[in-house]
Design a protein around this ligand. Structure first.
Ligand code: 6GU
Length: 226
């Protein structure tokens, strides 16, 4: 998969993609993340990419021209499956959206700043708008990092144990069950005996029950989603 990110501060997320699972994905050739500096398409030699909003009001708006030039130039080369604008008024990101995006070949993420981008770019170029939650970030970069991480680890072959993403919290609208490691007894706090039983059917049953219990306690809203 190829992921391109268009931003006025690409430095903010550069290092996110050079560590851990994201690095492994890149090393295996399964995921390439390329950052693009919007100022490369600025309207003048001062690097101008934003301007005052029509109608008045505080806050700058990212201009059509740099965004459209960048999108058209990059899309001509990479022909994106989705051009995604990161914005607090987008669709709320979740595991289902991550699953969908992990099946795509080529994505462009556009990070907004200030008051956002000129509505005409949204109307004519953006194919999907995503928010990562009900709070306001100062730019889309951290949201892009969150989404690329969630999507990247779903690409087949990225995780060592290919099945393990299937058991993640949220994958079946269930939270993950409790986990334990050695020692079996720490300060008298013992690991549930079923996990030491070697009975894989019983262990699977226990994990399902615990996942359900935990979801009922912590996130009952998940059980009512489809
Ligand atoms: Cl995608 N962008 C910004 N600026 N703020 C956010 C967000 C995105 N998602 C939640 N808050």
């Amino acid at each position: 998969m190829n992921i391109h990110i268009l931003s006025v501060i690409p430095e903010l997320i550069e290092s996110t993609f050079s560590h851990s699972i994201m690095k492994r994905a890149a090393d295996k050739g399964l995921l390439q993340v390329k950052l693009h500096h919007l100022r490369n398409w600025a309207v003048n030699e001062y690097g101008m990419v934003d301007d005052y909003q029509f109608g008045g009001g505080a806050g700058m708006v990212m201009m059509c021209e740099p965004l459209v030039k960048a999108i058209e130039e990059l899309n001509a080369i990479h022909s994106f499956d989705e051009i995604i604008y990161l914005t607090p008024d987008g669709e709320r990101f979740n595991q289902g959206i991550a699953n969908g995006l992990s099946l795509k070949k080529s994505l462009l993420f556009i990070c907004g700043h200030y008051k956002g981008i000129d509505q005409r770019v949204r109307d004519h170029f953006i194919t999907k708008e995503i928010s990562i939650g009900d709070y306001v970030l100062s730019g889309g970069e951290l949201a892009a990092a969150v989404i690329v991480d969630a999507v990247g680890r779903l690409i087949p072959g990225v995780l060592n144990d290919e099945t393990s993403a299937l058991f993640d919290s949220f994958q079946d609208n269930l939270l993950a069950p409790p986990v334990y490691t050695r020692p079996e007894d720490f300060r008298g706090w013992k690991v549930p005996p079923v996990l030491m039983s070697g009975d894989h059917r019983k262990i699977a049953e226990w994990r399902n029950e615990e996942a359900l219990k935990r979801t009922q306690e912590k996130r009952p809203d998940l059980l009512n989603e489809d």
